[in-house]
Design a protein around this ligand. Structure first.
Ligand SMILES: Cc1cc2nc3c(=O)[nH]c(=O)nc-3n(C[C@H](O)[C@H](O)[C@H](O)COP(=O)(O)O)c2cc1C
Length: 197
């Protein structure tokens, strides 16, 4: 196991937005690898709640129209932003691959919704890291249309299932972005034995 390799991929992973993508297509082989690795995320009770709808080619235009119409439906005069509406129409067609992220609840509901959402987030991270290893950027967008009940139904889910957003994938047209984080020491509390035993 190459410990250095994984740290490099994790720290290199970056959010790259659709307007920063080139129009280079991602091969089917790489898309399959990205999806296969999502499937290896941890899952409480083996419910494997992640569901993905992969949009490429002309289907992206239909998705873009659906997103824009849904955005109009879920916003009010106060919350509507014209630039968001236009971004929604544009983004899905600027990315060569758009994956709608779904979470399917098991019928018994025995595993909590929180755990199911966390499992899906782990699956998305697996996808993002796999993309990084291939020099591909990703962007998880959780806008109101992408997480709406309308989107849940659009991807063939229902009831207690959820749509958790869009995951845009593409090759960056410019340099790989530089990341930033505050020190981990600010977010960790060590609890050690006072007696030293
Ligand atoms: C669950 C989740 C939802 C996100 N939704 C959005 C979003 O709707 N809009 C956005 O600009 N970024 C979104 N992001 C991406 C963050 O902006 C991004 O991760 C952050 O800027 C750090 O950049 P990095 O991913 O390159 O480290 C989301 C990230 C996560 C984990």
């Amino acid at each position: 196991m190459a410990g250095e390799g994984i740290s490099e991929v994790i720290r290199r992973r970056r959010t790259v937005k659709p307007k920063e993508f080139s129009d280079q297509m991602i091969s089917r082989e790489i898309i399959d690898e990205i999806l296969e690795n999502a499937n290896w995320a941890p899952t409480h009770g083996f419910t494997e709640p992640w569901r993905f709808s992969v949009f490429t080619g002309d289907a992206r235009h239909e998705l873009a129209e659906f997103l824009a119409a849904t955005y109009q439906a879920v916003t009010t005069e106060d919350t509507y932003r014209q630039n968001k509406y236009e971004g929604m129409k544009r983004n899905a067609t600027l990315a060569p691959v758009v994956i709608v992220i779904g979470m399917k609840r098991q019928p018994s509901g025995k595993i909590s919704e929180l755990d199911e959402i966390q499992a899906v987030a782990c699956a998305v991270q697996n996808m993002h890291l796999t993309a990084t290893a291939h020099g591909i950027g990703g962007f998880w967008s959780s806008n109101s249309a992408a997480t709406s009940e309308q989107m849940r139904d659009y991807i063939g889910l229902s009831g207690e299932d959820r749509a958790l957003g869009l995951f845009y994938l593409g090759y960056p047209s410019n340099e790989w972005p530089v990341g930033k984080r505050q020190p981990i020491a600010d977010k960790v509390r060590w609890v050690e034995s006072k007696s030293g035993t």
